[in-house]
Design a protein around this ligand. Structure first.
Ligand SMILES: Nc1ncnc2c1ncn2[C@@H]1O[C@H](COP(=O)(O)OP(=O)(O)OP(=O)(O)O)[C@@H](O)[C@H]1O
Length: 380
């Protein structure tokens, strides 16, 4: 099944307008690592959409989100592209990059205390953010700070602006940080484990708040979590990462109902459900590869109960899933993978669908493996 690619793309049942965030074939290499930090990462977030990015610790979720801010690891060599609201972030430098970080994208981290100066008042944090956005009149900024705190659901906002971080709970502080993000009226919000440190009730309140804000402002939200159950319940679409790669990309509903990658199935089986029951939890055996491990074939093969010897030779690539436009999983054992490979063997060079890349050429290499060839750019 085909779909229109470009400004009206609708990956895995998502948005229909131009994406706010478009990461296309992003590969990041750092000196001394045996494998890339990120390998061919492609994802997008549309206006008003919540997209989940899920994976174990070290899979590359934060590195992907930071790329949207133009924050790459020192000495990293990047290929591919990262566009926010149509601007190529990897080409921004100096003042343009500072402006981009201050105005277009806002990141909310797990620990709100790290974002707030412990000796400054909450109101100062907000008025400084508002000054970045051009509101330098002190009285007007003060008023706006109170409005922002009310908008994120803090009671008695006039009193809160005079308080210091230690006087507020973790949930209240996360609301302050979100208010700080909103002060800049960003098009894109990046929430990196933003609710992981909160109790379940506060977590639900903050998730509601984020959902309401992105709907009201038509803001896009990239929601990073290690909790696949939470992502499936909260997001429109979910991408699963393993060892720096996207291994599955589905609508949240389909992912939860019928996970196709063995790693996704393993994640669902090894995390407690939203109801909090831990019955039947089965941890995925083994550990994810470190950056010192050179990878060959499917990176999940050493931990995969369904792996065959040929998986260790298989070049990972997104395999489009039948009857689910834009959805893909990167597993050699999918029936869809066999179909495409047969086509390649017969045709030598064919056009194959790479979700969100549009039509990318897939070449048959001499070894018999396939290689997708999206448009590339190199940045340092
Ligand atoms: N500046 C850097 N230089 C070298 N390696 C880095 C750098 N930043 C991150 N890494 C490595 O990249 C890998 C991915 O890290 P990242 O923080 O993106 O993972 P994550 O999925 O967000 O994990 P977590 O949930 O623990 O934050 C890790 O192995 C990490 O050690």
């Amino acid at each position: 099944m085909t779909e229109t690619i470009g400004t009206t793309a609708s990956p895995a049942g998502g948005y229909t307008e131009r994406p706010l965030l478009e990461i296309d074939g992003l590969t990041l290499e750092v000196p001394g690592a045996a494998r890339p930090l990120l390998a061919d990462v492609t994802l997008s977030v549309g206006p008003g959409e919540v997209v989940g990015l899920v994976g174990e610790s070290g899979s590359g979720k934060s590195t992907t989100a930071k790329a949207a801010l133009g924050l790459l690891p020192d000495e990293a060599r990047a290929t591919g592209s990262v566009r926010v609201d149509g601007t190529e972030v990897l080409e921004l430098r100096g003042e343009e990059l500072r402006h981009h970080r201050a105005r277009t994208v806002a990141m909310i981290h797990q620990d709100p205390r790290a974002a707030l100066n412990p000796v400054r008042r909450v109101g100062d944090f907000l008025t400084e953010r508002l000054a970045l956005a051009g509101l330098t009149d002190r009285g007007a900024a003060r008023e706006r700070a109170v409005e922002l705190l009310a908008a994120v659901g803090l009671s008695a906002p006039e009193r809160r602006v005079r308080q210091r971080p230690h006087e507020l709970s973790g949930g209240m502080l996360q609301r302050v940080v979100i208010a700080g993000a909103l002060a800049l009226d960003p098009r894109l919000l990046l929430a990196d484990e933003a609710t992981s440190a909160l109790d379940v009730t506060t977590q639900a309140e903050i998730l509601d708040l984020l959902r309401r804000l992105r709907a009201e402002g038509d803001t896009g939200l990239l929601f990073i979590t290690h909790d696949l159950h939470l992502a499936a319940a909260y997001c429109d679409r979910v991408l699963v990462m393993y060892a720096g790669r996207i291994v599955e990309h589905r609508s949240a509903e389909r992912l939860f109902a019928d996970p196709r990658h063995p790693y996704t199935r393993g994640l669902l089986e090894c995390s407690p459900s939203l109801e909090g029951t831990s019955a039947g939890i089965r941890p995925i055996p083994g550990r994810p590869p470190s950056l010192a491990d050179a990878l060959r074939g499917c990176p999940f093969a050493p931990r995969c109960a369904a792996a065959e010897p040929a998986c260790e030779e298989w070049t990972p690539r997104p395999v489009p899933l039948e009857a689910e436009p834009g959805a893909q999983a990167s597993c050699r054992r999918l029936p869809e993978a066999r179909t495409t490979e047969t086509g390649l063997r017969e045709g030598g060079t064919v056009k194959t669908r790479i979700p969100e890349d549009g039509l990318a050429e897939a070449r048959l290499l001499e070894s018999g493996a396939t290689e997708s060839v999206p448009p590339r750019r190199s940045h340092r």
